[in-house]
Design a protein around this ligand. Structure first.
Ligand SMILES: *Cc1c(COP(=O)(O)O)cnc(C)c1O
Length: 366
């Protein structure tokens, strides 16, 4: 029996009548751009994530870019980005005309190492991209302390953290502004590209809306030159259906993680994810660390168990960031990328699947 890393078709079958109705209602009304499905999803998602405002956009990378642009930082500001993330977290900074400065990650939950963040701050530093990597909120209180000392903005990258909580509050509006991706494989995924921006700041929300919709305040009245980055009606309708199931799905991810954690705690060759006591981890990914990563991955593949690596090349080591000269920096991120392995995780896994993964990992180490 194969264990899949992701199974979107199985998820669709579990909610097919609701999804089909939602899609056809948009087609029947021809409400492809904007409309009630969008405004309804935006207000439901803002409420779900404990935020005041939500602006739907075309994808998670645009969400980051538009959020940064809306902050109106001085041109060529330095923005701190964690060295282990998906490239979007850094790309958006450069696209907005700012400079990426990578800071290291810690080795217990792989989010920003605050000691290294402080070292990277200089008078040109204006913001920090707080990535809640793998679904675990980073140390937001610690970042707020640093940010207030140096007058920095905090942009949360929540692309992997739908439903995650920090001290009882959902992520997304814990900093100045937050960006979400609804790429199909995320915890809350559309049937194509989609994204959203959250904030408690009304002025920022309005600016994001204007930027994402051609700078318009009216159909042909354009305040500024903006761009076209909208969340379309069909995607919004699909997301509204899936949002109703998200809490249950995140709970199932936590249940699976508990099974993994207790089954693997006696294995001295692997480092398990450390869950901070004050968070609800969204477990987009369950990432372990081992020196025998490649052999373990091969062993699991031979047993038809799919795994992933997030990410195989730390951002400072990518060709795209050669120009920054941070590849030789002694950062943990620059060598941990060879040890990280993502095990199957998601509500698609049955109890038998979980047992199969557990048995396969144990048989490798014993
Ligand atoms: C997926 C992801 C993004 C980008 O989202 P897209 O919707 O694919 O543009 C940004 N940051 C992180 C951490 C991600 O995992």
């Amino acid at each position: 029996m194969a264990v899949k890393f992701l199974d979107l078709y199985k998820q669709y079958l579990s909610i097919k009548p609701e999804i089909d109705t939602a899609i056809f209602s948009i087609i029947e009304r021809s409400a492809y751009i904007g409309g009630v499905s969008l405004t309804e999803f935006e207000s439901n998602f803002a409420a779900f994530q404990d935020s005041s405002y939500c602006v739907g956009v075309a994808n998670g990378t645009d969400a980051l870019e538009i959020a940064i642009e809306a902050l109106n930082l001085p041109t060529a500001s330095e923005i701190i980005v964690p060295a282990n993330s998906f490239i979007s977290s850094a790309e958006a900074v450069t696209r907005c005309g700012h400079k990426v400065v990578f800071a290291d990650i810690n080795s217990h939950n792989y989010t920003l190492d605050l000691i290294d963040v402080e070292k990277k701050i200089n008078p040109n530093t204006k913001a920090i991209i707080a990535v809640h990597l793998y679904g675990q909120p980073c140390d937001i209180d610690g970042l707020h302390n640093i940010a207030s000392k140096h007058d920095l903005r905090i942009i949360e990258d929540c692309a992997q953290a739908h439903g995650a909580e920090y001290k009882g509050k959902r992520v997304g509006a814990l900093g100045d502004i937050g960006a979400f991706s609804f790429y199909p494989g995320k915890n809350l995924g559309a049937y194509g590209d989609a994204g959203a921006i959250l904030t408690h700041n009304e002025e920022l929300a309005i600016r994001c809306r204007i930027i994402s919709n051609h700078g318009r305040i009216d159909k042909y009245n354009h305040l500024i030159e903006g761009r076209n980055s909208r969340l379309d009606g069909i995607q919004a309708a699909i997301l509204a259906v899936k949002l109703k199931h998200l809490d249950k799905w995140v709970s199932r991810r936590n249940e699976i993680s508990k099974a993994y954690l207790s089954a693997f705690k006696s294995l001295s060759d692997i480092n398990l994810p450390v869950i901070e006591s004050h968070v609800r981890h969204a477990f987009h990914l369950f990432v372990i660390r081992t020196q025998k990563r490649d052999l373990l991955q091969k062993h699991l593949a031979e047993r038809d168990i799919e795994t992933g690596i997030h990410y195989p090349i730390a951002l400072p080591l990518l060709k795209a960031y050669d120009y920054l000269g941070q590849s030789n920096e002694k950062m943990k991120a620059n060598y941990l990328d060879k040890q990280l392995l993502s095990l199957p995780m998601g509500e698609h896994l049955t109890d038998d699947d979980v047992i199969e993964v557990i048995d396969a990992v144990r048989s490798f180490f014993n």
